[in-house]
Design a protein around this ligand. Structure first.
Ligand code: 6GU
Length: 222
């Protein structure tokens, strides 16, 4: 899956895409990450990418011209790509969105992710975008961390990324509102007086499955 990221800070992605499963996905040829530096599309001798908002207000906005020029270049590299814009104005990103994007990836559609910075962007860029996603109800300084979250959630669903698991198996396992994760334990059996639940030590697969189903709910606040 071809994944192009448009950003002013490509270096922010190095550690995340260069480690662990996201790196392995690239090493195995399943994901192909590349970066388009928005600064290269800046205007004038200062390579300006931002400007003050019409109507007044604090902060600077990304100008539409450099952003759209960068999207157009990315589209030239990959005409069928889905263009994603991480933004607090978007709909909240869900596991079902990750699945849909990963499925599109398996059909050969790549991704173009635009990572906004500064206090925002000129709204007209959304005419060049297919999907706008927020990653939760809090405010971040830019779109880079959300872009990495989108990439992680999609790439792990591509076949061959997670050892041994098929994407179908993963799919039966998780959905938007019930993230079916049960508590798990490994050795030692007794850690500082905290014991592993007895049923997990019995080898009774039926009883273990029942215990896991009963405990597959969100952890409390503590
Ligand atoms: Cl996608 N961007 C920013 N800047 N803040 C956010 C967000 C995105 N999602 C939640 N907060």
């Amino acid at each position: 899956m071809k994944i192009q990221v448009i950003t002013l800070f490509p270096e922010m992605f190095e550690g995340v895409l260069g480690s662990s499963m996201l790196w392995k996905a690239a090493d195995r040829g399943i994901a192909d990450y590349s970066f388009i530096n928005l600064r290269d599309f800046g205007l004038g001798p200062r390579k300006t990418v931002d400007d003050t908002p019409y109507g007044g207000g604090d902060g600077m906005l990304l100008k539409p011209d450099p952003v759209v020029a960068a999207i157009e270049q990315a589209r030239q590299n990959d005409p069928d790509a889905l263009v994603l814009l991480p933004t607090p104005r978007g709909k909240t990103y869900k596991q079902s969105d990750a699945k849909e994007i990963a499925a599109a990836g398996q059909q050969g559609r790549g991704l173009i992710i635009v990572s906004p910075r500064y206090e925002g962007y000129d709204e007209r860029i959304t005419q060049w975008v297919d999907r706008q996603y927020s990653i939760g109800n809090y405010v971040l300084t830019g779109g880079e961390l959300p872009a990495m979250i989108l990439i992680d959630s999609v790439v792990r669903l591509l076949p061959g990324v997670l050892g041994g698991e098929t994407s179908a198996e993963i799919e039966s396992f998780q959905d938007d509102d019930e993230n079916i994760e049960f508590p798990q334990y490994t050795r030692p059996e007794d850690f500082r007086g905290l014991k592993v639940p007895e049923v997990l030590l019995t080898g009774h697969h039926g009883e273990i499955a029942k215990w896991r189903a009963k405990n597959a709910h969100k952890a409390g606040p503590a």
